[in-house]
Design a protein around this ligand. Structure first.
Ligand code: NAP
Length: 277
């Protein structure tokens, strides 16, 4: 029940109508009797600074940020965590005494999805496909749990090199980069392969790695999330018995981490999971 004391949380993006986040968060708040409510706010790109000022003025507890605003949030917050700083993308904001703290919980969400799937990361050789916001957030979080080596393969080698340099400056030193032409060399070294490109979102997309390399003891993580179904990569990996951390689990756990930041307590993961499954 919404009361006079209910704290308001939001998703700021465009479009937002399809989002599962309100169901995910509100179900958990109701299950645990927490006096929070989570709503979706459709914000035009040029109105983002005003929307953020409005969120502060209205004393929202915080908000999530989704496409197309994740990068544009960077200069609008007062503080950034390492994942947000290196990825150049904010997906969660906490507002405390008018101070805006920007976080990126996507990488931590993938780490938790890996833990759930029994995918070992510590000391492992990991290949990340892509060098955008999700790839960077995952790379930072994987570095935080002691991954052995990071291999980053990207269409545009310069983007991969920029990410490698940022990771090295943050103390994650064992990072190599590859073009997609050299993908096979990178895959054969990898114990864990992470798709952080959008490949798999559209029908007819190619697999992000050649089919012969899916499985064979290699764990697969896919950031791409298709509501109610599996990506072709996840489907093939499961058919071949590989351990899989899929995009829907990453989505769940990035939300779990965001909720922890807003409420200061453990989230009701089962309620959140039931709401989106
Ligand atoms: P982004 O910042 O735009 O980065 C996209 C990356 O993919 C870039 O490195 C880009 O390469 C590469 N790429 C784009 N199209 C490609 C293609 N056709 N073939 C090969 N590489 C391609 O996007 P992002 O925010 O990182 O998101 C990536 C994916 O992760 C999206 O599908 C997004 O929905 C998903 N995601 C999921 C979650 C979740 O909770 N499950 C959270 C965040 C993101 P260039 O550098 O060459 O342009």
């Amino acid at each position: 029940m919404i009361s006079g004391k209910t704290r308001v949380l939001a998703l700021i993006g465009q479009p937002v109508g399809h989002s599962l986040s309100p169901a995910m968060h509100n179900t958990a708040f109701a299950a645990d009797g927490l006096d929070f409510v989570y709503v979706c706010l459709d914000v035009d790109p040029d109105a983002l600074p005003d929307a953020v000022k409005g969120a502060v003025a209205l004393k929202l507890r915080g908000f999530n940020v989704t496409m197309p605003h994740k990068r544009a949030m960077i200069p609008l917050v007062d503080e950034l965590d390492e994942g947000a700083r290196i990825s150049g993308a904010v997906n969660t904001v906490v507002i405390e005494d008018s101070i805006l703290r920007g976080y990126n919980t996507d990488g931590g969400g993938m780490v938790m999805a890996c833990e759930e799937a029994g995918i070992e990361l510590s000391g492992q050789r990991v290949l990340i496909l892509g060098a955008g916001g999700a790839a960077a957030a995952i790379a930072v979080a994987f570095g935080g749990v002691g991954v052995g080596e990071l291999h980053i393969a990207n269409r545009n080698l310069e983007h991969a090199m920029e990410l490698r340099d940022k990771l090295r400056r943050a103390g994650i030193r064992k990072v190599e980069v590859y073009t997609l032409d050299a993908l096979e060399e990178a895959i054969t070294k990898a114990e864990v392969v992470v798709n952080a490109t959008p490949l798999g979102m559209q029908q007819g997309d190619a697999l992000p790695i050649p089919a012969e390399y899916v499985g064979g003891g290699r764990a697969i993580c896919d950031a791409v999330y298709l509501p109610g179904t599996e990506t072709p990569l996840v489907r093939l990996a499961r058919e071949r018995g590989a351990r899989v951390a899929a995009g829907d689990r990453m989505l769940l756990y990035q939300g779990v981490l965001a909720q922890r930041l807003w409420t200061g307590r453990e989230a009701n993961v089962k309620a959140m999971d039931d709401a989106i499954s």
